[in-house]
Design a protein around this ligand. Structure first.
Ligand SMILES: [Zn+2]
Length: 186
């Protein structure tokens, strides 16, 4: 069944709810339905109601606690930033076998950050080992960067939405884009 996008009282998208939760909040008068899924209905013994696609909560906090301007740093997001390719040899690498390589090695104080990590295949990672990149060799093909958002947005939702097709009724409410990252999720 389809999930619903939940907006807070200020109209900011804050969560994705399973349809049962969405219907319950609506039935309890704690949320207002702004859009439904065309042709999708929930049937109970006594009534048939359209399936909510976007709903606005009428209670709860107005602003979500954690806003971010940068895509959260996770293994999955790093893989997607690098297009599923090894940053050293450029070959495609599967999600299950890619490794996170520290450009400036961890053993030499390199941080685990967007700017210091790249996706690497196993052979390239072990060839590089703990050495620092030197001019002309062992250098990533592209400079690692932190994917930024066009606007600050709720952190948990940014991450969740990065990996799903957005239903059409959600589009007007998602006011940010992730810059510099193309392609599909692993
Ligand atoms: Zn490689």
């Amino acid at each position: 069944m389809m999930d619903a996008l939940a907006l807070n009282r200020a109209g900011i998208p804050v969560d994705i709810l399973p349809w049962k939760k969405a219907v319950t909040l609506w039935a309890l008068g704690r949320a207002e339905v702004l859009a439904v899924y065309d042709g999708c209905f929930v049937h109970s013994p006594r009534l048939t109601i359209p399936l909510p696609s976007v709903l606005q909560c009428l209670d709860g906090p107005v602003s979500p606690r954690n806003f971010t301007r940068v895509l959260p740093f996770t293994r999955r997001n790093l893989y997607r930033r690098d297009g599923g390719c090894c940053a050293y040899c450029g070959q495609r690498v599967s999600y299950s076998s890619f490794t996170i390589d520290h450009v400036h090695p961890r053993s030499l104080g390199g941080a685990t950050t967007w700017e210091n990590t790249v996706s690497a295949c196993m052979p390239c990672n072990s060839r590089k080992g703990n050495r620092k990149p030197r001019a002309g060799e062992l250098e990533p093909l592209h400079r690692p960067f932190a994917p930024r958002l066009t606007h600050a947005a709720p952190r948990t939702l940014v991450d969740k939405l990065f990996y799903r097709e957005l239903p059409e009724p959600w589009h007007p409410h998602i006011y940010w884009r992730v810059l510099g990252v193309e392609g599909r999720a692993p």
